[in-house]
Design a protein around this ligand. Structure first.
Ligand code: PLP
Length: 405
């Protein structure tokens, strides 16, 4: 039999959050080492239990959820999502504008597959959540990264976006609140993005999966609510706000100028039906989650567990000589800059390997987020403070002794 080679479609596809370093961590675990995994935003293993009413809902609906549902999702979930966005003042949306998926991940893939032809360009943030870049590449598009400015709290650099728009640019992606930086964009910035999208006929994709994980009184604005006349695709889900990442429940909303996007919407319908439907028992949880008490508030306000952990991670990182971190306003990550000169670092991935082998802590290097300058890492601040504080002390100890060869 001939060698089974992989498709060239994967040549530029990379998703290093679960890449070679995570694989190395797994091997070390097999050898008996205890690894503290601060590489993935997965709340449940850190004791963030799902709200009870969500669990009860899934259990209650399990016996009647054995068949496929409509490919775009069950009625109750779609109505709940529609109403959620209606309350944000997004005009003229109907139940048919909502698609339920197996997590936002699946919907990102579908959204890009439906849009792109070979060489079509999509503007993506650098740093980004790398699934977006991977999805553009896998859909034969060309990812073009725009700069997010660390000095400006990691806000997108509008001038850089302008410079990167070409006749091939089809869309712009925002991740707001941002993974990995934790930036939450204000209305003024969002309005500038809408203006560019309007002028250049770009589709706006906004990944808002962390829209309720906000600190310090920060408010979130859904960009679609500012863009009645631009075609917008908004994505979110239950994984983070409701701590049920394993349920694989997400949604996508099309809004704004839908008249210009009829073909695209048809393509989304085809792709939805090709994968039958999303996980049915967990679709029922969407209505309960969106309609009920928003227990995430208890975690993010002053004195809330996530807020306390955000403060610990950000403060302790900034106390390390040679490390700086813009305090995240949302989400569950600190994205820290490392003084490359001080530590003689030429390879950020090697730095993360070295930390893993010395301190048994797993982080993700900056290049995994398609940021090709500087030396950075992302740390997930989900562990309880009694685990997080010693972890931060170990990271401090590592850097106090580190110099790359
Ligand atoms: N979008 C962003 C910005 C994320 O950080 C993640 C997961 O970390 C996802 C999407 C994937 O979410 P889901 O679990 O709904 O597939």
């Amino acid at each position: 039999m001939k060698t089974v080679v992989r498709s060239h479609k994967l040549d530029n596809v990379c998703y290093d959050i679960r890449g070679p370093i995570a694989e190395q961590a797994r091997k070390m675990e097999d050898e008996g080492h205890r690894i503290l995994k601060l590489n993935i935003g997965n709340p449940a293993p850190f004791g963030f239990d799902a709200p009870d009413d969500i669990l009860k809902d899934v259990i209650h609906n399990l016996p009647t959820s054995q068949g496929y549902s409509d490919s775009t999702g069950i009625y109750g979930a779609r109505v709940a999502v529609m109403q959620y966005y209606q309350q944000m003042n997004i005009k003229d949306i109907r139940i048919d504008d909502v698609y339920i998926g197996n997590g936002v991940s699946e919907l990102i893939m579908m959204a890009m597959q439906a849009l792109l032809n070979h060489g079509d360009e999509v503007l993506l943030p650098a740093p980004d959540y790398p699934l977006w870049t991977a999805a553009v590449s896998l859909s034969s598009g060309a990812p073009v990264h725009y700069r997010c400015d660390e000095q400006a709290g990691w806000f997108p650099d509008i001038d850089d976006i302008k410079k990167k728009i070409t006749s091939k640019t089809r869309a712009i992606v925002l991740i707001n609140p941002n993974n990995p930086t934790g930036a939450v964009y204000d209305k003024a910035l969002l309005e500038e993005v809408v203006k560019l999208a309007r002028e250049h006929s770009l589709v706006i994709y906004s990944d808002e999966i962390y829209d309720k994980i906000l600190y310090d009184g920060t408010k979130h604005t859904c960009i679609a609510s500012l863009a009645d006349d631009v075609f917008c695709v908004t994505l979110s889900g239950l994984s983070k706000n409701y701590r049920v990442a394993g349920f694989r429940a997400g949604w996508l909303l099309v809004s704004g100028n839908k008249r210009v996007a009829r073909e695209y919407i048809d393509a989304l319908n085809v792709l939805s039906s090709m994968r039958m439907c999303a996980n049915v028992p967990c679709q029922s949880a969407i209505q309960t989650a969106l309609g009920g008490y928003q227990s995430i508030q208890d975690l993010v306000h002053d004195g809330g567990r996530l807020k306390i952990q955000r403060d610990i991670a950000s403060t302790m990182l900034n106390q390390i000589d040679g490390i700086e971190c813009v305090t995240p306003k949302g989400a569950m990550y600190c994205f820290a800059r490392v003084d490359a000169k001080k530590f003689n670092i030429t390879n950020d991935e090697q730095m993360i390997f070295d930390l893993l082998s010395k301190e048994k802590i797993l982080l993700v290097h900056g290049r995994a987020f398609n940021l090709n300058e500087g030396v950075y890492f992302r740390l997930v601040f989900l562990p309880h403070s009694d685990m997080l504080i010693p972890a931060m002390e170990r990271i401090e100890r590592f850097f106090s002794q580190y110099r790359q060869q």
